[in-house]
Design a protein around this ligand. Structure first.
Ligand code: HEC
Ligand code: HEC
Ligand code: HEC
Ligand code: HEC
Ligand code: HEC
Ligand code: HEC
Ligand code: HEC
Ligand code: HEC
Ligand code: HEC
Ligand code: HEC
Ligand code: HEC
Length: 442
């Protein structure tokens, strides 16, 4: 965690008006190492500097025009501001000795308290609620309650020393404050308030998160994703890796859309798909896509755009290979228009029109060769001839070799200006020509 000088200055500033209670053990040091003794010293020093100040966190705009809090004020909406100042009940009761050794701390100038914080506060507040869980926030562990709360009164909810949660947190977490201002695509709940996920005092999960931050926290809000990752027929092994959702997403933001931890969806995918992975469902050895794309530079459109997620759902799906829409599983399939993800982008007439002069170039005169091959009972699926990721040897994403069961054979495609021919194992070389239809005898 980074602490900047600016952060400290702004804390000191707020502290001097709101009474600083030893939140920082020293510049750049972790507060949690501050002993109560040290913290009292800091408190004393801070108090010296602030005798005259009213314990109010709102600076007059004119007098502090250059200061960080005033700027922050304009960036963060003051949504914790109350209509009128709120008094902490024991302060309002008027018996100052509940907390102070002197019954007139104001007049006497003796501000000593009967106990140090946090014990002072735990006279009335439940200690367990503030530090009873596994992980305790640094300043809470250090007893620096008054770094965030004014013990007397405040114009903000919960006696807070800032009028917005994110302003409060970024007083100390300056690096996160800079990040909020500089980064595009911040995760909406982060922009809203840090406490959507972090408890300001104590929690059972690391970083005082409200649930395990790798996955459980995410699906608390993203219920649809919980449903998907648990119930999809084809699940994505990525999500079962140790970092869960964070394998691909940063919880706060990265500057990339969807808070992705890579410059594009494709770069994200290829971080893992740069090797032969094995599916959980059927033990099938998946193509090393990175190697395949490196060796086959004629990439299919959506891959040129860097977006594998146009076809695959990274969170899993009920379709083969987590495709967003169905695609037949095998070499042959009874043709059904609804079974082809391809028609999300390509016109289905390409396969549906028996005769055509425009729907496809794969025709012999007006006879649609796509129709002939694909559109029938036990028709060939697109994979018989095309590769959906990248190719090299032939145009139109025609693959060099086709996989038929366990054997693979070359299709030996030759293109001509008005048609082409191929000679796979299925049949002898056959020709198609758009202008002068060919009669294939073999
Ligand atoms: C809930 C506990 C609590 C009560 C009640 C309380 N104080 Fe305080 N007060 C504090 C704490 C904590 C500090 C900070 C101590 C420090 O900085 O060493 C403080 C500091 C002060 C200071 C010096 C810092 C400043 O600039 O304000 C004054 C003056 C003061 N209190 C006045 C009063 C008066 C007057 C009352 C009664 C009307 C009162 N307090 C009641 C907790 C309390
Ligand atoms: C003498 C008892 C007493 C002491 C000591 C005390 N409080 Fe309180 N505090 C109360 C009462 C009563 C309330 C109002 C009821 C409630 O919200 O629990 C309250 C409320 C609060 C609230 C919530 C205000 C809201 O908007 O709900 C905060 C924050 C708080 N106290 C912080 C502190 C801190 C920090 C200290 C130590 C510096 C402290 N209190 C010491 C009695 C005390
Ligand atoms: C890092 C800032 C921070 C520190 C340090 C801190 N609090 Fe809080 N506290 C908050 C925030 C933010 C809230 C409001 C939480 C909400 O409403 O969701 C809050 C709420 C409270 C409340 C009222 C609501 C509740 O949860 O009961 C009390 C009482 C309270 N704090 C007491 C304390 C005491 C006592 C300490 C010191 C042991 C302390 N706080 C230290 C930030 C802090
Ligand atoms: C008064 C200064 C201060 C304020 C205000 C503050 N923090 Fe902290 N925070 C710290 C310190 C100090 C640590 C401990 C750093 C360490 O141990 O390295 C810490 C630790 C954390 C951590 C754990 C970081 C880690 O690397 O372990 C998180 C998460 C966090 N704070 C979130 C928040 C949130 C959310 C808020 C606003 C509700 C907030 N903080 C307000 C001082 C502050
Ligand atoms: C959507 C939930 C969420 C919100 C909202 C959120 N965080 Fe976090 N934060 C996380 C998760 C999850 C981690 C743990 C990251 C990890 O496992 O490495 C984390 C870690 C941290 C850490 C420690 C690691 C680091 O990144 O430095 C700090 C500090 C922190 N958050 C501060 C903040 C602050 C300040 C805010 C508000 C501006 C905030 N967080 C808002 C989810 C959130
Ligand atoms: C393998 C990488 C990867 C993992 C792991 C992953 N995601 Fe995603 N996520 C993506 C990509 C890529 C997108 C963009 C998808 C798109 O454009 O269709 C995305 C989009 C999202 C979106 C916004 C768009 C939408 O589909 O709603 C949310 C919300 C989301 N992911 C949540 C999660 C959650 C929650 C987890 C953990 C259960 C998780 N993701 C795990 C890669 C991943
Ligand atoms: C407190 C609720 C909450 C939590 C917790 C939460 N999110 Fe979100 N998330 C939202 C909201 C609200 C949006 C914006 C609406 C939407 O896209 O669903 C969002 C949007 C997203 C997006 C899309 C952002 C974009 O650029 O469109 C992704 C990706 C995402 N969340 C991932 C995660 C991951 C990963 C986690 C866990 C580390 C997580 N969320 C935890 C509430 C939450
Ligand atoms: C963190 C590593 C990781 C990342 C990042 C990743 N994957 Fe995977 N992926 C795996 C693992 C491991 C498997 C094999 C286990 C399984 O899901 O069956 C897999 C399997 C697959 C499968 C086959 C699923 C099946 O069940 O047949 C597809 C398709 C796939 N990933 C696409 C993608 C896409 C698209 C992206 C980018 C959005 C991506 N992967 C990002 C790790 C990852
Ligand atoms: C145009 C849609 C489309 C795009 C874009 C796409 N894929 Fe695929 N992908 C498919 C189809 C269809 C299959 C099923 C292939 C088959 O079974 O013959 C598949 C299969 C896979 C497989 C399993 C391969 C195997 O061994 O059978 C992986 C892994 C995969 N894709 C990852 C990716 C990655 C990574 C990207 C981005 C670089 C990506 N896909 C982009 C359509 C697409
Ligand atoms: C997300 C949109 C999208 C999806 C889905 C899609 N494609 Fe494409 N396809 C394109 C784009 C864009 C082009 C043009 C760029 C290029 O040549 O790759 C293209 C081009 C092609 C070409 C080469 C055209 C030529 O003349 O060079 C073939 C063949 C092809 N796609 C087959 C398929 C098959 C088979 C599927 C289904 C598995 C499919 N496409 C799914 C967008 C898509
Ligand atoms: C028997 C092999 C074969 C099958 C099966 C096949 N195609 Fe083609 N496809 C071709 C040939 C050959 C071309 C090149 C035609 C030309 O330009 O001369 C082609 C061209 C294309 C084109 C480029 C535009 C065009 O039509 O001229 C697209 C897009 C396309 N095919 C999509 C598909 C889709 C989607 C499927 C599955 C539904 C599929 N193909 C099945 C052989 C096939």
């Amino acid at each position: 965690m980074k602490f900047s000088i600016n952060g400290l200055i702004s804390i000191m500033f707020i502290a001097s008006v709101a009474m600083f209670s030893g939140c920082m053990g020293g510049a750049g040091e972790s507060v949690s190492t501050t002993t109560p003794q040290e913290s009292t010293e800091v408190v004393a020093k801070a108090a010296e500097q602030s005798v005259a100040a009213e314990p109010v966190a709102v600076p007059e705009p004119e007098s502090v025009a250059q200061s960080t809090p005033a700027e922050e004020e304009s960036i963060f909406e003051p949504n914790l501001r109350l209509d009128k100042e709120m008094f902490h009940p024991p302060f309002e009761w008027g018996d100052c000795t509940v907390c102070h050794t002197n019954s007139d701390p104001e007049g006497s100038g003796d501000h000593a308290t009967i106990l140090d914080t946090p014990d002072l506060c735990y006279q009335c507040h439940d200690k367990d609620a503030k530090e009873g869980k596994k992980f305790i926030h640094g300043p809470v562990a250090a007893g620096a309650c008054t770094a965030c709360h004014n013990p007397h009164k405040s114009p903000n909810k919960r006696l807070l020393v800032a009028s917005n949660i994110n302003q409060l947190c970024t007083m100390c977490h300056q690096a996160k404050g800079d990040f909020l201002h500089e980064t595009a695509n911040i995760h909406p709940p982060v922009k809203d308030q840090c406490t959507n996920c972090h408890d300001p005092h104590t929690e059972d999960y690391k970083f005082q998160l409200r649930a395990d931050g790798k996955k459980d926290l995410c699906v608390m809000c993203h219920v649809d994703k919980k449903e998907r990752i648990e119930n999809s027929k084809y699940k994505h092994g990525a999500i079962d890796r140790p970092n869960g959702c964070q394998e691909c997403h940063d919880p706060h933001g990265t500057g990339q859309p969807r808070m992705l931890k890579a410059d594009s969806v494709m770069d994200m995918c290829l971080k893992c798909h740069n090797q032969t992975l094995t599916t959980d469902e059927d033990g099938y050895k998946l193509l090393n896509i990175k190697k395949h794309l490196d060796e086959n530079p004629d990439w299919h459109g959506p891959i040129q755009w860097g977006d594998c997620a146009m076809c695959h759902n990274p969170h899993g799906s009920d379709n083969l290979r987590m495709l967003k829409k169905p695609f037949p599983k095998s070499f042959y399939s009874n043709f059904d228009e609804n079974n082809y993800i391809c028609f999300e982008c390509h016109d289905s007439q390409k396969i549906m029109a028996e005769q055509t002069v425009e729907d496809t170039n794969f025709r012999n005169g007006t006879s649609n060769m796509h129709y002939v091959h694909v559109n029938k009972k036990k028709g060939r699926t697109c994979r018989a001839c095309h590769d959906f990721h990248g190719t090299k040897d032939y145009p139109h994403h025609l693959r060099k070799k086709t996989q038929f069961g366990k054997i693979s054979f070359p299709i030996r495609y030759i293109e001509t200006p008005t048609g082409g021919s191929c000679a796979p194992a299925c049949h002898a070389r056959r020709y198609y020509d758009r202008e002068n239809p060919v009669v294939n005898t073999k």
